[in-house]
Design a protein around this ligand. Structure first.
Ligand code: KG4
Ligand code: ZN
Length: 353
């Protein structure tokens, strides 16, 4: 830490990662500690909410101490404590939010509440602090597939969203049927490396002309039906070929719609966000499309795409500049619209989904 730097400490516990990070001036990572519970939930094939909450409770002090120590700071150096009180699993959110309140109270520091998905979007600005709103973001995670206009640090507008399954959700489900394990996204990414993406022709669903919405349930069902039918016929299913064909179909639609969302903008900037943004084919193809169209593309490093607390600290750094602080009455919201402005913690401003 250098003299005069603004220090934000972020806390993230919305799903199965217990994370604490320390950020200087919104873009220098002093520490970014993530304790993943993936190995515990793998046994169940998905996240078990109560187990996730208990592990947050057991781990949060250790992760917090490590983040502070690794950053080489003391709590007195921190300018604000940031936390994401939603969306996510209720019990998991309660752990991080209660812990953040306790630290803010004990250290006498202000508390900033940030929206978990808005924080995913802000993760891009850690490595690209030159990017400022307005810009467009493609948010692809386990629960979200959204094209978002970020008009300001606290103003997010939905341009399009999935009408059924989220991209990460379909990766996870198809991987399960292919027996590739959990979490499915990274498993499909790896399996696809040796597969032929033209082996199975999955339809690309674009919906009505001009729509920025998505629909992935058709591709998911087609993939699962294909696997079951092959097996019923006693035929081998080449997991690598199916994974590569399925991945290519999902990625094609994500790239096409993202390019539609930025077309016509004067200085188009596209920010990729969420766990699926670490998918290597998506990163490659969207990079090529943006280069061809003259779009400034921001893709965070994979560690900043999946759940982490540096993104929470970054979002809070920008919010506090607008004077948005929470208080010790802060609640949690498991289902919180991405259009909610958590700077205005007034019941009428909270939009649920
Ligand atoms: O953003 P995230 O860490 O958690 C939330 O859902 O908020 O996203 C998790 C999702 C999971 O569905 C996971 O399978 C997917 O991101 N994912 C991937 C990859 N890495 C993670 N999907 C495709 N390719 C990947 N490399
Ligand atoms: Zn997330």
């Amino acid at each position: 830490m250098k003299d005069g730097q603004h220090i934000t400490l972020g806390i993230e516990t919305s799903c199965d990662e217990t994370a604490v990070a320390v950020l200087a001036d919104g873009c220098h990572i002093l520490s970014n500690i993530i304790s993943s519970q993936i190995d515990i939930h793998r046994t169940y094939g998905g996240v078990v909410p109560e187990i996730a909450s208990r592990h947050h409770l057991q781990n949060i002090n250790v992760v917090f101490a490590e983040a502070v120590e690794h950053a080489g700071i003391s709590l007195q150096d921190v300018d604000e404590i940031a936390v994401a009180p939603g969306p996510g699993l209720a019990g998991a959110l309660l752990m991080g939010t209660a812990f953040a309140k306790a630290v803010a109270f004990a250290a006498g520091k202000p508390l900033v509440a940030v929206h978990h998905i808005q924080a995913h979007i802000m993760a891009g600005l850690i490595e690209r602090p030159d990017i400022k709103p307005p810009f467009v973001a493609l948010v692809v995670s386990g629960g979200h597939t959204h094209l978002i206009a970020c008009d300001d640090y606290n103003r997010f507008r939905i341009l399009g969203q999935t009408r059924d399954d989220a991209a990460g959700e379909v990766f996870d489900k198809v991987a399960r049927v292919l027996d590739l394990g959990y979490p499915g996204g990274p498993a499909i990414d790896i399996a696809s490396e040796t597969g032929n993406s033209g082996a199975v022709a999955f339809k690309r669903v674009h919906l009505e002309k001009g729509s920025l919405d998505f629909s992935f349930s058709g591709i998911k069902t087609a993939a699962i039906n294909y696997i079951h039918t092959q097996r019923q016929k006693g035929l081998d299913v080449d997991a690598a070929d199916v994974a590569a064909s399925f991945q290519a179909a999902v990625v094609d639609v994500l790239v096409d719609k993202s390019m539609m969302a930025v077309s016509g903008l004067r200085s188009p900037v596209l920010v990729l966000a969420g766990g699926v943004a670490s998918n290597r084919l998506l990163r490659r193809n969207i990079k090529a499309a943006c280069e061809a169209a003259g779009v400034d593309l921001c893709i965070p490093s994979p560690v900043l795409c999946t759940d982490n607390a540096a993104m929470v600290a970054c979002a809070a750094y920008h919010k506090r500049r607008q004077g948005f602080y929470a208080d010790l009455y802060l609640d949690v919201w498991p289902r919180l619209s991405i259009e909610t402005d958590l700077g205005l913690l007034d019941a009428k401003n909270i939009k649920l989904i």
